[in-house]
Design a protein around this ligand. Structure first.
Ligand code: PLP
Length: 431
């Protein structure tokens, strides 16, 4: 496969942009080689600057759940553009999208729009602290909540793969208010809470983790967190930046039937534009300025173009519940294909999947938390990643990422992915 243009661009980029990219994981550091510079995409396919075509399994890390260039979303953006790009003043569309989010996401009674998932989680923690009058919060090892200072502690994918789980620049003072517990371990969580009695403002968690690879909550785990938070007056925050509008119209909280106090959203909510949101119980959200004392603001928040894309995306998802049946079917089909290959090749690797999220872990251990995920053979993943890329399949460039399926994938695409997976596994094991 010819990648001369991407190579040349990567060279050029490194002169002007740190590491040549505007977000670290894009640099392919953990898998080696040259990142693909992307020219365009359509439906389930993405094309690089050397005009190679790939089947999309990154989908902008989630937002392109309906495939690239969805005609309705594209049209909504083109229409909105004609009325200017930004006002910094309220618009009617912001009410419409807020109302829709409230109707879709079980925990959300009021919502504030921001510009990224990072902003959403930073703000949610601030509000939880303001509301409870407590300073500390608990995060889960291997969960990622964006690059806010207080979250860059055992932070999953990007941070892990870069080998800097604790970033320089985060002060000890900040880090000391972030407490940690492993995923799927209620007992450990209970201990942390009890050791910090009346000091914990919030527990924040990806209800299905996607940033240590895909890791599902064990039966009763989310329910247990809910009870623990109720017992101790702790704000339970589900970070559904990845799972929101993906695992169900109402996210993982709908799919697993556990309602947090607050929810953070991003990715799909903007339809591909930079958008995030946080919301929750009225009582908590009314602490947000100007209704309440907790300050949070944004010059471009609720931007009309972003809202047009997001509103169209959410409306499409809300009005077409069959999207989720179809995504679940595609996910199950892919998983079956992968399982068959593993069996036929005599390999015992672990697949974690739910709906349209899926990770093949190169370990024979079951993966229920970050420690388990880290038993994966990263060298094998590196080879596998490139073997898949050579066969035209564009995966997230790290073992600690999930695949994100879109509705644009047709059966033939899925069969191509399954075949490529089989051949790649065979190749890297010299079978
Ligand atoms: C991507 C992600 C974020 C950060 O969102 P950005 O828009 O990249 O700032 C936060 N939480 C989770 C769970 C994510 O997957």
């Amino acid at each position: 496969m010819k990648t001369d243009n991407s190579r040349a661009l990567f060279e050029q980029a490194q002169a002007f942009i740190p590491g040549g990219v505007n977000s670290p994981v894009r640099a392919f550091k953990s898998v080696g080689g040259t990142p693909l510079f992307i020219k365009r995409a359509e439906g389930a396919y993405v094309y690089d600057e050397d005009d190679n075509q790939y089947i999309e399994l990154i989908n902008s890390w989630g937002p392109m759940i309906l495939g690239h260039k969805h005609p309705k979303i594209e049209q909504a953006v083109l229409n909105a553009v004609q009325n200017s790009l930004s006002f910094g003043a309220p618009t009617q569309r912001e009410i419409t999208i807020a109302e829709l989010i409230v109707s879709m996401v079980p925990s959300i009674e009021k919502v504030r729009m921001v510009n990224s998932g990072t902003e959403a989680t930073m703000s949610a923690i601030r509000v939880a602290r303001g509301y409870t009058g407590r300073d500390k919060f608990i995060k889960i090892e291997g969960c990622y909540h964006g690059h806010g200072d207080s979250f860059l502690i055992a932070a999953g994918s990007g941070a892990v793969t870069m080998g800097t789980p604790d970033s320089p620049g985060v002060t000890k003072g900040t880090a000391k208010d972030t407490l940690l517990a492993p995923f799927n371990d209620l007992e450990a969580m209970r201990k942390v809470v009890e050791n910090n009695k009346d000091e914990v403002a919030a527990i924040i968690i990806e209800p299905v983790a996607g940033n240590m690879g895909c890791v599902l909550p064990k039966e009763g785990y989310l329910e247990g967190l809910r009870e623990l938070c109720d017992e101790h007056g702790i704000v339970l925050i589900f970070d559904e930046v990845m799972t929101g509008f993906r695992l169900a119209p109402g996210g993982a909280q709908e799919r697993f039937g556990v309602t947090p106090d607050m929810t953070t959203l991003g990715k799909i909510i903007g339809g591909g534009m930079p958008v995030g949101a946080y919301g929750g119980k009225k009582e908590i959200m009314d602490y947000v300025s100007p209704a309440g004392p907790v300050y949070q603001a944004g010059t471009l928040s609720g931007n009309p173009i972003s809202m047009a894309a997001g509103l169209t995306m959410l409306s499409l998802l809300n009005e077409n519940p069959e999207v989720y049946t179809s995504l679940d079917e595609k996910g199950a089909y892919l998983r079956e294909g992968y399982e068959k290959s593993l069996k036929d090749l005599g390999l015992n690797y672990t697949i974690n999947s739910v709906g349209s999220m899926n990770t093949l872990f190169f370990t024979d251990k079951e993966v229920h938390n970050f420690e388990d995920a880290k038993t994966s053979n990263l060298e094998l993943f590196r080879k596998y990643f490139h073997a898949m890329l050579d066969r035209g399949i564009y995966l997230g460039p790290s073992q600690f990422e999930s695949l994100f399926l879109s509705t644009a994938l047709i059966d033939n695409d899925l069969d191509r992915i399954i075949k490529a997976n089989h051949e790649s596994l065979k190749e890297i094991h010299g079978k």
